[in-house]
Design a protein around this ligand. Structure first.
Ligand code: UTP
Length: 293
């Protein structure tokens, strides 16, 4: 059976990024760099690699720099060109005309509300969601979303990335109530947002990658506030279970929670070690630093 292709991705970037204050007072969290590329660029690259064409950014006040980032930096580019400098570092920052769409979420009412703001652009197509502060490093040669799109082409319906974490971390996340497992695919029987300690149905959490059917927008339309007084995407997804196939995919790769300081530092460290021009210096520094105690 063929399933409708995934052509559109939503990047919710309207959150306040309070855990990174004061860094995020004037700079959006999504533009913080991991080595030399902003978080949002890695997420967009992941979507492009998965064959997604249209990028929909849900922004808010103070996030205008993201719009500039995906535009042409005319002065900088002209100057670099005149000086005969290489511009390849800017590749991927210029999306095809019409393929970058910016929508304002006037108030940060929650992730579910942010997604609902894109309902008219999404229309009646399935779509992807990527939370850019969740940095997914694909194993071998495929990124997380590419792996999800490949699995979606087999089973259709709704698909979330599923990640195992220590059980004590589950109260911070959306958590899967798992059904049968088939290799990396787990049937989703239920979903709970931020379960109270000791009540999580599993240690499989939702780390911020989704492929959803457009019906979720109708559910979000009338959605009540959930955990934390926010309109929760997890609650709307839970309402679709049973009506449509719903799977979690355990992806091959590593995840860094760049919404947290420790995860952000770990991502920088891991990526620096992947880079040939940085590896030796960073490794020697880390060893010397650890030896200092
Ligand atoms: P977070 O819970 O990480 O919130 O949102 P945050 O505001 O970005 O960061 P902290 O916790 O204050 O440090 C998860 C994702 O949902 C988006 C955020 O931008 C982030 O990508 N989001 C959240 C919205 O776009 N709108 C909202 O109303 C809430």
């Amino acid at each position: 059976m063929t399933h409708k292709p995934i052509r559109k991705a939503i990047f919710p970037v309207a959150g306040l990024g309070t855990r990174f204050l004061p860094a995020t007072k004037a700079v959006p969290k999504e533009l913080l760099p991991v080595v030399d590329r902003p978080l949002i660029q890695y997420a967009v690259d992941e979507a492009l690699e998965a064959g997604i064409e249209q990028m929909i950014f849900i922004t808010g006040r103070g996030k205008g720099a993201i719009e500039d980032y995906f535009d042409i930096a005319f002065e900088a580019e002209a100057t670099q060109r005149e000086r005969g400098k290489d511009l390849s570092a800017l590749e991927g920052t210029r999306l095809a005309p019409g393929h970058a769409i910016f929508i304002r979420q006037q108030e940060p009412l929650g992730l579910g509300h942010a997604i609902w703001c894109a309902r008219d652009i999404v229309g009646d197509e399935p779509f992807a969601i990527l939370l850019p502060d969740e940095f997914m490093r694909g194993g071998k040669d495929n990124g997380c979303m590419k792996q999800m799109v490949a699995a979606y082409q087999q089973v259709g319906g709704n698909m979330v990335c599923a990640l195992e974490v220590p059980i004590e971390e589950t109260p911070s996340y959306g958590v899967i109530d798992p059904g049968t497992r088939d290799g990396p695919l787990t049937q989703v029987r239920g979903l709970v947002e931020k379960p109270a300690p000791g009540t999580a149905p599993s240690n499989l959490i939702l780390p911020g990658r989704y492929i959803l059917q457009p019906e979720v927008m109708k559910i979000l339309e009338t959605q009540e506030k959930g955990a934390g007084g926010e309109i929760q995407l997890t609650d709307a997804m839970a309402a679709m279970i049973g009506a449509q196939p719903f799977h979690g995919l355990t992806f091959d790769g590593r995840r860094f929670d760049c919404g947290s300081k420790a995860g952000y530092i770990e991502a920088n460290f891991a990526l620096a070690l992947e880079r040939e021009e940085l590896r030796d210096q960073i490794r020697a520094f880390a060893q010397a630093e650890l030896a200092r105690g």
